[in-house]
Design a protein. Structure first.
Length: 411
């Protein structure tokens, strides 16, 4: 007998796990709607060049993590590793840049990255992404950060830290890169192979290395915050002031960068150490040159991606649970040949919004009642052609004319 399992790095979301998933998705839908973000879905596959151009050909995502293949027409396609570039592509392709700005969009969708599976990190994972395109207002930066903080509050997660930095823009970053390169040349012996490789593609990426020893050495490197131009500094100061207006605490992390080339100015992460060493549950930032990189007009934007699986770990650490909804009514058959006569009642109750089930397993009456309890049925009907019995926990059994069952159960 052949035995199949889900591919390594993927996972099934089983019925018992669905209540928490639906709680997260439902709260995200409601909250994004309250903040004016509209839902969007993009294809799971995109032209490979979309990610090579926007993420940067030297990024870890492009070099190590993308699932790329040729289709039967010889086109190079990639399973989306992140949602921002596809949403920016859709924004441009469908003329959303000609609508009133900013355009605020969100999606809950699967992402794909080839990396070592670990707790809360899968090769196929689900992500909430919220994006606001068409405005450079620092209030949008603060709003998106506050939006995710509000989602965490609604879901019962409180043990997290907001980490914040500004990485400047095309006006001030080049001068900083020169200073950083001089320092890196002088401290070459403190770098490992990973840091050297990241430096070769983009010097800022050295701050994203995992080695504790390299990170300790980099603590003495020049800080980009010391090289911000007046415009970037003013923007960042306003973001910080607005976060304080929202009464959100945050930690300035001068070495915080993002691993993709399109980020500018504000970058941030939500970190929950309770879920493990790789403790980021959401990350994002501003990407004011992304749409222009795709051939569109200069268009500022900001967004974040938040892994659903990692958020669920934070909820688990916080003791958050969700109940599986039970049945409203289970209709038990005194005789199996009654089923054709029972199904109209089942249909009527379902149309009235009542979760209703009937036996499909050929069980005895005792077996049906046991099954109804397992399903959490609030009411059990022992159906008879003329008269039926309604059983409810904690209440006296009620015998009623079968013709009145639907009305009695609805009330």
């Amino acid at each position: 007998m052949t035995s199949f399992e889900a591919p390594r790095g993927t996972h099934d979301i089983l019925p018992d796990e669905q209540p928490l998933w639906r709680l997260v998705a439902g709260e995200a839908d409601r909250l994004c709607g309250l903040y004016g973000y509209r839902p969007i879905q993009t294809p799971a596959i995109e032209d490979t060049a979309l990610f090579e151009r926007t993420a940067g050909s030297g990024s870890d995502v492009v070099q190590k993590q993308m699932y790329t293949f040729q289709d039967k027409g010889g086109r190079s396609l990639t399973l989306r590793p992140e949602a921002t570039a596809p949403i920016a592509r859709a924004y441009l392709e469908h003329g959303l840049h000609r609508q009133g700005q900013p355009v605020k969009l969100y999606t809950i969708a699967s992402m794909y990255r080839y990396e070592a599976p670990q707790r809360g990190r899968y090769r196929e994972h689900w992500q909430l992404s919220a994006e606001a395109l068409g405005s450079a207002d620092p209030a949008l930066d603060a709003e998106l950060i506050q939006l995710y903080a509000e989602l965490l509050a609604r879901l019962g997660v409180t043990n997290y830290e907001i980490q914040l930095n500004s990485i400047g823009d095309a006006n001030c970053r080049p001068a900083y890169i020169e200073r950083l390169n001089v320092w890196l040349d002088e401290h070459e012996d403190a770098l490992d192979d990973d840091a050297r490789q990241k430096r070769a593609t983009s010097p800022l990426r050295v701050f994203d290395v995992k080695s504790d020893a390299v990170q300790e050495a980099l603590a003495e490197a020049p800080r980009i915050g010391e090289s911000l131009c007046d415009e970037c500094r003013e923007h960042f100061d306003e973001v910080r002031a607005l976060l304080e207006d929202y009464a959100l605490e945050y930690t300035l992390v001068p070495t915080l960068v993002r691993g993709l080339d399109y980020y500018t100015r504000t970058v941030f992460e939500f970190v929950d150490e309770a879920i493990g060493a790789k403790s980021s549950i959401a990350a994002g930032g501003r990407y004011d040159g992304l749409v222009e990189e795709l051939g569109g007009p200069p268009t500022p934007g900001i967004g974040f991606g938040a892994g659903i699986e990692r958020l669920l770990l934070s909820m688990e650490a916080a003791g958050v649970t969700a109940e599986q909804p039970g049945l409203d009514v289970f209709v038990a058959l005194l005789q199996n040949d009654h089923k054709p006569r029972v199904l109209p009642l089942v249909t009527e109750l379902r149309r009235a919004g009542m979760r209703t089930e009937v036996d499909y397993g050929g069980r005895s009456l005792k077996g049906q009642l046991t099954h109804a309890r397992r399903l959490g049925a609030q009411a059990v009907v022992e159906w008879g052609p003329e008269r039926s019995k309604i059983r409810r926990s904690g209440r006296r059994d009620e015998e009623v004319p079968t013709a009145e069952l639907a009305e009695r159960l609805r009330t």
